[in-house]
Design a protein around this ligand. Sequence first.
Ligand SMILES: [Fe+2]
Ligand SMILES: [Fe+2]
Length: 312
Amino acid sequence: MTILIEQPALELQVEGNNVHAEETNELVLEGGFPLPKDGYMAPEINSFGHSFREYDAESERQKGVEEFYRLQHINQTYDFVKRMREEYGKLDKAEMGIWECCELLNELVDESDPDLDEPQIQHLLQSAETIRKDYPNEDWLHLTALIHDLGKILALPSFGELPQWAVVGDTFPLGCAFDESNVHHKYFKDNPDYKCPAYSTKNGIYTEGCGLDNIVMSWGHDDYMYMVAKANGTTLPSAGLFIIRYHSFYPLHKEGAYTHFMNEEDVENLKWLKIFNKYDLYSKSKVLVDVEKVKPYYVSLIEKYFPAKVRW
Ligand SMILES: [Fe+2]
Ligand SMILES: [Fe+2]
C-alpha cells in the first residue's frame, strides 16, 4: 500500500480533496479556511529525493519503515496504551523547561519518517519558522509547531527508552476496527485486538460523535506531549492541543477515516490541524535554521504559554 502525497507541485496544495480554487483564484480550505496568498511553497521531493511519505519506494530506508509499521501494528493494543497512559500520566520522569527539552531532543532521528534525517531541533524550528511567515499573528501556532514533536523524548534512556514503534509513526484508534486507510494495514491481523469481537466493529467500544477526546489512540509522542502540556496547565488554545495530540493521525486528517467519532469542537480544530500538517510535512529541508538567532522569540512564547519548569 502506498501513501503517496500527490506531488505538491502546485503552490499551497495540501491534500487534493481539501483544497479547491474559488472563482477569485484564491485557494481556500474546506470549511472556508483561507490559506495565505503568498504562502509557503512546498518542495516536490524530500531530502532523499523521493516524494513525501512515499512508503513503497525501493530503498533501504523504506524497508526499515515497513518493518517499523509491522512491529507497531502488532504491538499497539488497547491494554498496552492503557498501561502507557497510566505510567506516563505520573509525570515523574523529569522536570525541565520546554526549551531545555528542545535541546535534549536534538540527538534523536525518527526512523519511521521517510523524509527526514536532520536533527529534530531543525525539524521543530523549520516547521515553526515556516508557519510563522504565513501566520504571523498566530503566535500559539508558532509555539505549537515548535513543541509538537517533543514527546519523542520517550525514546531516550531517562524517559523509558521506549522502542520506536511506541514513540513515532502514524497513530490510530484502539478499541474499534482498524480502518483500511492505515498505512501497511495488513500487519494488523497479527494484533491481538484484531480478533477481539468488542474491538472489531466500526464503532467498537465507542459511540458515533463521542468526540476524539474519548478515543484511546495508539501510544506515542503525540499523546504523551498532549498529556504533558495539559497536566502542566498550558494556556495554549484547544486547537494547539489538538494539533499536538493528533498530528500523526494521518488516517483522520489525510484519509478522512474515523471522522464519525468527531464532535463539533473536533471539526473546528481539524481545520487547523490540516493547515499545520502541510508545514510539518513539507518544511523538512536541508536549509538549516540558525538556532541562536530565533531562540529569544521562542523562549518568549514558552514563557507566555508554559510554566518555567514542566513536569515530564
Ligand atoms: Fe510528530
Ligand atoms: Fe513533526
